[in-house]
Design a protein. Structure first.
Length: 527
């Protein structure tokens, strides 16, 4: 494709001396000669560091100018300008195609620049200047103090918060994040740890997520089941004797995995020994809709109230043997990820698991006490950037307890309380002996892979004792308030009532009991 871009872009006509293009060319030639004469391996340490810093500063300056130039060309090449569009005049379908041909960059890079330029570059779409939406970012880009990667992180954070928080709060976040990315000291950062230090993009991204978690917790860690992220685990095709593993995990599962990995990787830990154990309810790798044999009944894709469900969504009614819809809409990959979670949690509880720092591996979730009291906000796991939802905080407290830590105004610890609302090891052993595993009918998750659930929630003054605790697998614990199952305790034994599709009669039924709780029949010769 041949472009009729300005002659300066093609280099076919020399630019008059003193023009902008001539000046840029001269600067480029001077820089090129200096770089050509530089032998990086021959520099001493101090000079090598100084050269890299100078080149990066120059690169940020050039990147900012390229962003402004690309944004300007993008405005000139808008297709809605008709015959006046540079894209139309050069036979291109749109501005992205024109920019990729003119600049020799990928369409992805062109779209990246145009998207960022819409918010951090002053534009003149109709000949009238339109100020940048985020002027602090724009000024830092022009000065060369801010790189494009950091600018993208800050701009995307502000855009996610736009319309959800007050403008004053948005301006405050913009100034604070730009100061962190450039190392500037501003009223927003003065006195804070790290003030005056330039934060790399990875650390800046963590800061941005923290700001989102504070100002818009629902948008950062959604509590709604329909939008909350789900972990998945799948296998690829055999390649060179290996199966590639593809997994997406929630921040909480990442924290669980990191904690156990760090425990085993600790310098004082011995090499882990993995011993075989009995499997869970078999998952043969069949994906939803492939058909699964269930108690002699073959179920393929099935329709319930006009919506299609696969065999993954059904289980056998333990009382009638019929196939019942149990509300489990997880894919096979999501089920594998939940099993992986159970494996890690069970390993963390195993007394054979190495300790770290003298204590069992424990995932620490932090939440502001006022947020916890008022049922809002998000939780944070050490070492994980993304927050977890308030619901998962409550579930973690229900299963594992909580510990109060009170900080002073300077960050010093004023009080460290005992663990509260936590079932003891002896209570867990007793509940496991009674329930034998997850009490939801059809679920075969064993006791060691289950969590303890308060039947009467702790925040409703439910006691932490054997008569108020039952075993639930992670999935049923995670969905107990939304999946239609209800639990009650009668004479110290749990009873369950299933969702309407599972049990149209809505009958309370006793849960299964440990096999040891059922006495053996009398031998016939003794009767």
């Amino acid at each position: 494709m041949t472009l009729t871009a300005p002659p300066a872009a093609t280099g076919s006509v020399p630019e008059p001396e003193g023009s902008r293009v001539w000046g840029i060319g001269q600067a480029g030639a001077l820089l090129g000669s200096v770089l050509d004469e530089t032998r990086f391996g021959h520099l001493d340490d101090a000079e090598a560091i100084a050269v890299l810093a100078a080149l990066e500063e120059l690169g940020r300056k050039v990147d900012g100018a390229r962003l402004r130039a690309t944004t300007d060309i993008g405005v000139r090449a808008e297709t809605d300008r008709g015959n006046g569009s540079l894209a139309f005049q050069n036979g291109c379908r749109n501005r992205v195609e024109f920019i990729t041909q003119l600049a020799g960059i990928s369409s992805r890079e062109a779209k990246r620049r145009l998207k960022l330029g819409e918010t951090v570059v002053e534009r003149t779409p109709m000949g009238l200047p339109v100020p940048a939406r985020y002027p602090v970012i724009a000024a830092a880009l022009v000065s060369g103090n801010l790189g494009l990667e950091a600018a993208e992180i800050i701009a995307s954070t502000l855009t996610a918060l736009h319309g959800k928080v007050l403008q004053d709060d948005l301006d405050h976040v913009e100034r604070a994040l730009v100061a962190s990315a450039t190392g500037a000291i501003t009223p927003e950062t003065a006195g804070l740890p790290g003030a005056g230090i330039r934060f790399a993009p990875d650390l800046l991204r963590a800061q941005a997520l923290e700001w989102q978690g504070r100002l818009d917790p629902d948008g950062t860690a959604p509590n709604d089941d329909t939008v909350e992220a789900k972990s998945t685990l799948t296998f690829g095709l055999l390649h060179h004797g290996l199966y590639p593993l593809r997994a997406d995990v929630t921040p909480e599962l990442r924290g669980i995995m990191d904690t156990l990995f760090d425990t085993y990787l600790s310098a004082r830990s011995r090499t882990p020994r993995f011993e075989p154990t009995e499997p869970l309810d078999p998952l043969d790798g069949t994906e939803p809709g492939a058909g699964t044999a269930l108690d002699g009944l073959h179920i393929g894709d099935t329709s319930v109230d006009g919506e299609r469900f696969s065999a993954d969504h059904f289980s056998a009614d333990p009382f009638t043997g019929d196939a019942r819809y149990d509300g489990d809409c997880r894919t096979a990959g999501e089920k594998r990820a939940d099993i992986l979670r159970c494996v890690f949690e069970a390993a963390a509880r195993d007394p054979k698991t190495p300790t770290m720092g003298g204590a069992a591996p424990t995932v620490m979730i932090h939440i502001n006490a006022t947020d916890l009291q008022h049922g809002r906000g998000v939780g944070w796991i050490d070492g994980v950037d993304a927050p977890i939802s308030f619901r998962r905080v409550n579930e973690a407290i229900c299963a594992g307890g909580a510990q109060h830590v009170i900080f002073g105004t300077t960050g010093n610890i004023l009080y460290l309380g005992d663990t509260v609302r936590c079932f003891t090891a002896k209570q867990r052993a007793a509940i496991a002996a009674r329930d034998d595993g997850c009490i939801i009918p059809g679920c075969t998750t064993p006791a060691r892979w289950s969590e303890i659930h308060h039947v009467i929630p702790w925040h409703q003054h439910g006691p932490t004792n054997i008569d108020n605790g039952v075993l639930l697998c992670w999935f049923h614990h995670h969905t107990i308030n939304t999946n239609g199952w209800t639990i009650r305790m009668i004479s110290g034994r749990p009873q369950v009532r299933g969702p309407l599709l599972w049990d149209p009669t809505q009958t309370w039924r006793p849960t299964h009991s440990h096999r040891a709780n059922i006495p053996s029949p009398e031998p016939p010769w003794r009767s």
